[in-house]
Ligand binder design. Structure first.
Ligand SMILES: *Cc1c(COP(=O)(O)O)cnc(C)c1O
Length: 370
């Protein structure tokens, strides 16, 4: 029987196990210990900004970032509807109102022209989300934020390793957030990182993630806070991962090139990042042709022991975020036709060939009668 190919599988073959063993042996298994600092230092090197702080997942990273913007009830944050739900939920958790913006047909990312149309006197922030490794138009969004005096929180959960004009994502915002869930480019099991524009914002984030405690006085709490700390064990895995980021990215980009070339004559449309972008190729995703039954394609892939997943559904269709009056035709079309393919670094060239051949057959068998 052919091997099962999941959408994602982390590669933990470097120093991860050794570092975890060291963390356990040291008995520093909670949120203090050497691996926290070493992971933060190594991560800061990768993104070119030392103002970073570990947290326990990518969702709380977003909540922490929004919390530290001091949003007030009724403040609006503009976010794409086509995103992972955490981007939207955390805006509400921070007491603000998500305002959904349309995306661009080519790269599936928030459209700055539509963001501009949705700015009101209550708008306080923009949240660009760099989906699947592609990067939003940061020149246009930055110009908008600056001219309207808006804050920017960049959701980089899917874009570690991605750059805009050669600068790492997250470098353009007041706060940027990353996720290290098991299927992300770098994993710590569950984990995340916040990255601040400057030392003052980093201090605010660090205090809030540790119960609001004064860094100079234990058990004296100077601000509202949370326990959003990462454990030393998770950081030990993260250090082992980030040491190998270059080779992980190189392999993922190779896989992406192979998919694009093998499927170049097929009626599928890949996400097309802007020319300023180098994508991390987190998850290879494509649109099936209109009229093809997506569920049937995914079912046929599953029967061939290949896992695929639908791209995200629109947040404005979810029960708790529903906006019946809102129409976002591009978001709705892409959400209905997109699928993500296996994209993990240990996938072999033979695996990618098998996935492509199976997909071609599945599309043929699931299309409208010709
Ligand atoms: C994964 C992800 C998150 C949340 O990260 P978790 O670590 O799973 O909490 C947020 N936003 C986007 C776009 C993501 O893909």
């Amino acid at each position: 029987m052919a091997a099962f190919l999941p959408v994602y599988e982390p590669d933990l073959s470097g120093n991860e196990r050794r570092y975890v063993d060291q963390a356990v042996t040291s008995t520093w298994i909670s949120s203090r210990g050497e691996f926290i600092n070493r992971f933060e230092d190594a991560f800061g090197q990768v993104v070119g900004n030392p103002h970073v702080s570990t947290v326990c997942n990518g969702t709380v990273a977003l909540h922490l970032a929004l919390h530290c913007l001091d949003l007030k009830p009724g403040d609006e944050v503009i976010v794409p509807s086509f995103t992972y739900i955490a981007s939207v939920n955390t805006i509400i958790q921070a007491g603000a109102v998500p305002v959904f913006a349309e995306i661009r047909q080519e790269d599936w990312l928030v459209d700055p022209a539509d963001v501009a149309r949705r700015i009101t006197p209550r708008t306080r922030a923009i949240m660009p989300v760099h989906l699947y490794g592609a990067v939003c138009d940061m020149d246009a969004l930055h110009a908008l934020a600056r001219s309207h005096g808006l804050a920017m929180v960049e959701d980089c959960a899917e874009a570690l390793g991605s750059t805009w004009r050669g600068r790492h994502v997250g470098s353009f915002s007041d706060v940027a957030t990353f996720s290290f869930f098991g299927n992300k480019t770098v994993t710590t099991g569950e984990g995340g990182m916040v990255m601040a524009r400057d030392a003052d914002m980093l201090r605010k984030l660090t205090i809030a993630k540790g119960q609001g405690m004064d860094p100079e006085r234990r058990y004296w709490h100077i601000a509202m806070g949370f326990n959003y700390r990462m454990t030393n064990i998770a950081a030990a895995i993260g250090l082992g991962q980030i040491e190998r980021l270059d080779s992980i990215l190189q392999r993922k980009r190779g896989i992406a090139r192979q998919y694009r070339s093998l499927l170049s004559n097929q009626p599928v449309t890949f996400q097309r990042p802007r020319p300023e972008v180098e994508s991390s190729e987190w998850l290879i995703s494509l649109l099936l042709p209109a009229g093809v039954d997506r569920d049937a394609v995914m079912q046929r892939m599953a029967e061939a022991r290949i896992e695929t997943r639908p791209v995200f559904y629109c947040a404005h269709h979810m029960p708790h975020h529903r906006r019946p009056e809102l129409s976002l035709p591009i978001s709705e079309d892409i959400a209905a036709r997109g699928i993500s393919l296996p994209s993990y670094p240990t996938l072999t060239e033979g695996d990618v060939e098998r996935i492509c051949a199976t997909l071609v057959d599945a599309i043929r068998a699931s299309g409208p009668p010709r």
